[in-house]
Each structure stands twice: as structure tokens, then as C-alpha cells.
Design a protein around this ligand. Structure first.
Ligand code: DUC
Ligand code: ZN
Ligand code: ZN
Length: 537
């Protein structure tokens, strides 16, 4: 008789978003088959066994905000650089950090040939298929125009054929931002097709105006990026988007919320019963404005390594405010916003110097290594032209473990909710992902097993330990108190004791369904504020 299981995890402290218990996990055909206090000896005969030694056993991480293979070099007001990771290097980094599913972005642009969302998704998927992936993956679609025909005809195809149930919209960046009226168009279409709208909420005009003022005073060093995007830029934009979503009555998710002001607006909307969700990211709990001036001198271009948008908060008091929002449910999900740019690459962070400085006339714009580093020392850059984004898909879970779980700021269940279960529910993947459910429809056996706390020696991170294709980490030297010991994807051990075990083509594309958190908002269709019921009749 075939064994009941292919793989069994014993002596685990099994954690889900709701429960925690000492038990064993039995896996068969890539699915969770049984959870039990113990299995009979004869059931374990010939079966691969992992001894968790009392450590946490959790659903694999679902990172719902990852940029891979993305065209980010979209002009002076876009993100302005070349994405350093493809599906090979990015997914390798994900699995080494305990993540088993990533949702990446396929980007429409304003170019006529990129009008069709379907063609955009096909092109991005071809990039994923050309390398393969170590983890399961899907796409959000970024929409930067409001063509009625595309929204009407293509959104249903994205849902039906591709299982894409979320789109991202921008309130900043000249090449991406939509006006309020355009936002309403897309939100209205998204509502019709049960698509969740993800909002990049920063006020583009405030940022542009402040950037001009800073430049006029010669304040162009990387540090001033933070001053060009103060918390009120997120405060205004979250408020406005909440108002628009109230009119449309469709769920919105604010991506990468990094300010207490943004979080407070989200909290207020949630208290009113609106389907407003928020994502936050590790950089808002681990970096501050000081990190933008930590290399050598406040004006040093190397500080561009820390530039991301929105920027990290001013100081560590903000971290504490944000931890409260993490703990009390204001933040629905915790993603990496892995947006990788290299430092030693002319189309990475050095774009901030190479491509846009008038004094670069006559210089080699396509250099690497010593020549590039020499240029960065001799020439002034400007934060306006630095690509916005930092890497973090691999460090996401361990940073939250170190900073929030081990310190008692959140429970193990909350950790699972934020990093796996809620992203799976929000983006229509539950309970295939984000759960350890052994009853129909059942969960994929995607699991992360940590090291036992009592035997794990804290260590200081260096970039050489990571598996991405970026030549730095913002967390260089930081102490970590745990790290995923095993990462299991659909029953296959992909990462064990510091070694990559899986294969590049083990990851699969995942189709997603509609938002499964929406039903938590009972007043959603009651239109208590008398906004626009007639629109939906
Ligand atoms: N938005 C993102 O989602 N990632 C990086 C930078 C940005 O503006
Ligand atoms: Zn964004
Ligand atoms: Zn992002």
C-alpha cells in the first residue's frame, strides 16, 4: 500500500492566523493531508520526516508586492531605473526567505502599443516563463490610462483567463498618475468586475512642488528625497482616495503605507465600515530619515541606496506608532515592496547622477565598476532622478520575526495573518494559499519552518548571505534573531538549513479569485452615506 504521506513534519508549534498548537503535519501530493497530535509509527514508515524541534511551523509567506522583470525605467518622473531581479533571482530570494507565493506587477504604459492590458500581461508572463520561478506567482495589473473600451472589454478577460483580480493605480509620478476623474473611471469599472483597486497614495503635486523648492535651494542629495515626500503627502492622498472609493463603493487597498497619518486615515475609514485595507512594509519599521544620511556624509550619493517611496518615517517614534497599527488590524497585510535596483550599475541607483546631471556632458554614461564609482564621487546627483525602491523580498519575514514577533509586539497568529493569510484572502487565493487546511478545498502544502528559538544564534546580516541580484541590502549589519530553516512549496522542500534545494521551474502561475475579505464590511452595499446608489441600479 502507498504510504499515507509523502512528507511529515513532527514536533512543530503549528501556527495559523487563528490558532497555535503543538502538532504534526502530514503532506500528500503537495497538499496538507492531516494535522494531528501524533501519527502512528506505521504511518511514518518510509516517509520523509522533518523534525521542527518545537519551532514555529507556519503557512508559507505570501508576498503580495514584488517587482520583478518590470519596466521601471519610465522616464524622469517614473521609477527611472532597471529592475535588477528577474523571476529567477527574485523568486530564489523569496524562497530563501520563507516566501512561497509572490504577486508581481505587470505594467501598462502610456505608449500606444501598451494600451491592451491583456497584451501587457502576456508579455510579462512570457518573462516569467522564460526563466521559470522557484515560487508560485501571479500578477497585479498597473493601469495608467482610462480607455473605456479597454476597461470594458479586457477586465473580464483578465479575471476569467488570467485570474487577475487586482489593479494598481497611482496618485503620483507623471507617467503613471491618474486624475480624480480618471481614477473614478477605473474604480467604477473595477467595481463592476470585482477587482480590488490598489492605490499608491502620495500627492504628486505636493511632491513636485516641494522638489522644485528643494532644488532651488541646492538640496538635491539623496536625503532630501524624504523631505520632498513628507507624511502629509500620504495623508492628503489617502483621504482623497478614501473619498473616491466611498463614492464608488469598491474595496481599496493602500499599498506601502509608511506614515502614522496615512494609517490614521485608513483606521477612520475602517471604523466607518468602509472596505478600506492597508499594506505596510519592513522599511517603515526598520529605517528612518537618518538612514538616508548614514553613509560617510549627508550628501554622499551612496545614501541613494535607501531611497524608496514613500520614504521611511522621520524617526523611531514613528515606528512605534506604526507597530500599533500593525497590531490593531489597521494594516491588513505586510509585504516587501521588493523594488530592486543595483548600486554598481548605470541603470540602477546611479541613474540619479549619470542620466540627468548637466555636468555629465562628455562623460561615459554606460560604465560599471571603478569608473562608475569614480564618477559617483566626482559628480553631483539629484534625488529627483534616483530610481525609487529598495530590495527586501528575502528579509521580509525575518525582519518582522525579529522586530515584532520575538519582541512580543504581535502574536504568532498575527504574524501569519499579516504575512500569509490576509494577503491570500485579499487577493483571492485562500485557502489554497495562506492556510494549513486539510479539509476540502484544502491548502497547498506551502510551509515555512523557523529555527527553534532557544538554539538559534542571532547573526548580523550581510548582503552576501542573500540570494537576490542586488549588490546591497538596506539592512546590512542588522541583527536578526531568526531565519526560515525550511521552505516547502506544494510539499517539496525548496530551502533547508541555508541551502537552496528546489528547482527554478518548481513555481507555478496561480490564478486568483475576487477579494475574500470584503464580506467583513457589512455596510458595504447599504450606502449609509447616500452617495450614489442610483449609479449601481
Ligand atoms: N511604488 C512601489 O510600489 N514600489 C516602489 C516605488 C513606488 O513608488
Ligand atoms: Zn507604489
Ligand atoms: Zn512597489
Amino acid at each position: 500500500m502507498a504510504p499515507r504521506f509523502d512528507l511529515v513534519i513532527v514536533n512543530g508549534t503549528v501556527v495559523t492566523a487563528s490558532d497555535i498548537s503543538t502538532c504534526c503535519v502530514g503532506i500528500k501530493d503537495g497538499k496538507i493531508k492531516a494535522l494531528a497530535y501524533a501519527f502512528d509509527q506505521d504511518e511514518l514508515e518510509g516517509v520523509e520526516i522533518i523534525d521542527a524541534e518545537g519551532a514555529y511551523v507556519m503557512p508559507g509567506g505570501v508576498d503580495a508586492h514584488v517587482h520583478l522583470c518590470q519596466d521601471l525605467k519610465t522616464g524622469p518622473h517614473g521609477l527611472g531605473g532597471e529592475c535588477a531581479d528577474n523571476f529567477d533571482t527574485g523568486s530564489r530570494s523569496a524562497v530563501a526567505g520563507g516566501t512561497t507565493t509572490i504577486i508581481t506587477f505587470a505594467t501598462q504604459t502610456r505608449a500606444e502599443e501598451d494600451r491592451s492590458l491583456i497584451k501587457v500581461v502576456e508579455a510579462y508572463n512570457a518573462r516569467a516563463e522564460s526563466t521559470g520561478s522557484y515560487v508560485d506567482y501571479g500578477f497585479h495589473i498597473i493601469i495608467v490610462r482610462n480607455d473605456a473600451d479597454i476597461l470594458e472589454n479586457e477586465l473580464p478577460v483578465l479575471i476569467k483567463d488570467w485570474g487577475i483580480s487586482s489593479c494598481k493605480l497611482f496618485l503620483t509620478y507623471e507617467t503613471q498618475r491618474l486624475t480624480d476623474s480618471q481614477l473614478l473611471d477605473v474604480m467604477f469599472a473595477a467595481r463592476k468586475h470585482s477587482i480590488t483597486t490598489m492605490i499608491h497614495a502620495e500627492n504628486g503635486d505636493m511632491i513636485g512642488w516641494l522638489t522644485d523648492k528643494l532644488e532651488a535651494k541646492g538640496m538635491v542629495a539623496p536625503y532630501y528625497h524624504a523631505l520632498s515626500r513628507p507624511p502629509i503627502a500620504e495623508g492628503e492622498a489617502t483621504n482623497r482616495a478614501i473619498s473616491l472609493a466611498t463614492l464608488i463603493q469598491n474595496p481599496i487597498l493602500f499599498v506601502h503605507v509608511g506614515s502614522a497619518l496615512g494609517a490614521a486615515n485608513v483606521r477612520r475609514a475602517q471604523t466607518m465600515g468602509l472596505p478600506v485595507y492597508a499594506e505596510t512594509c519592513p522599511q517603515y519599521f526598520n529605517l528612518t530619515w537618518d538612514d538616508l544620511k548614514r553613509f560617510h556624509s549627508p550628501t554622499c550619493f551612496e545614501n541613494s541606496k535607501m531611497i524608496c517611496s514613500p520614504p521611511p518615517p522621520p524617526d523611531t517614534n514613528d515606528h512605534e506608532d506604526l507597530f500599533v497599527s500593525l497590531q490593531n488590524g489597521t494594516f491588513t497585510i505586510y509585504s516587501s515592496d521588493h523594488c530592486p535596483f543595483r548600486y554598481d550599475h548605470p541603470h540602477g541607483k546611479p541613474s540619479g547622477v549619470l542620466e540627468h546631471t548637466p555636468s555629465m556632458e562628455g562623460e561615459n554614461h554606460d560604465c560599471h565598476g571603478e569608473e562608475l564609482q569614480d564618477l559617483l564621487l566626482r559628480k553631483n546627483g539629484a534625488f529627483r532622478h534616483v530610481p525609487n525602491g529598495i530590495p527586501g523580498v528575502e528579509t521580509r519575514l525575518s525582519l518582522l520575526y525579529t522586530g515584532a514577533l520575538q519582541t512580543g509586539r504581535i502574536t504568532p497568529q498575527k504574524f501569519v495573518e499579516l504575512t500569509s493569510t490576509n494577503p491570500a484572502k485579499l487577493y483571492g487565493l485562500y485557502p489554497k494559499k495562506g492556510a494549513l487546511m486539510n479539509l476540502q478545498p484544502g491548502s497547498d502544502a506551502d510551509i515555512v519552518i523557523w529555527h527553534p528559538e532557544k538554539s538559534f544564534k542571532p547573526f548580523n546580516l550581510t548582503n552576501s548571505m542573500l540570494h537576490h541580484n542586488v549588490d546591497y541590502t538596506p539592512y546590512e549589519g542588522k541583527e536578526f534573531t531568526n531565519w526560515p530553516r525550511y521552505t516547502i512549496l506544494r510539499g517539496k522542500v525548496m530551502w533547508a538549513n541555508g541551502e537552496l534545494k528546489g528547482k527554478l521551474r518548481d513555481g507555478q502561475y496561480v490564478k486568483r479569485g475576487p477579494n475574500q475579505l470584503k464580506k467583513d464590511s457589512p455596510r458595504m452595499d447599504k450606502d449609509p452615506r447616500r452617495v450614489a446608489t442610483w449609479l449601481y441600479e
